[in-house]
Design a protein around this ligand. Sequence first.
Ligand code: FES
Length: 147
Amino acid sequence: MATFRLTVSPSLTTTLPRQNHPTTTPALHLNPKRHRLASSAIVHSYKVVIEHRGESRELEVDPDETILSKALDSGLLIPHDCKLGVCMTCPARLLTGSVDQSEGMLSDDVVERGYALLCASYPRSDCHIRTIPEDELLSLQLATAND
Ligand code: FES
């Protein structure tokens, strides 16, 4: 059977059977799973320095894992409960860097002031983070909720 070569991008090439009817467009039989793997093969973890109760630890955190999860895996005993960004038991101050915490319940004002919930924080750059007392975040969150 005659074939022709289809190149979508330099790294994405497939060979398709040639159709007998020259006016018929050949069906694409691309393997989406293989192509998704090719495009997401580069997973970049971030360096996250976390200070907790006088102890400082440097972690390598993947962009699809929470900082709390990695910290607990590394043996840091950080208070937590729901792991859903709701109970506010895992508050921290983001000293440098950025995180995606769009799944958490903090108000935008509090997030803009550099606060984060570690269970809902996915690193988006190298970060330096310090855990804080729960009361500090609760008072801020309640103050902005009353505005
Ligand atoms: S553990 Fe509940 S908000 Fe983080």
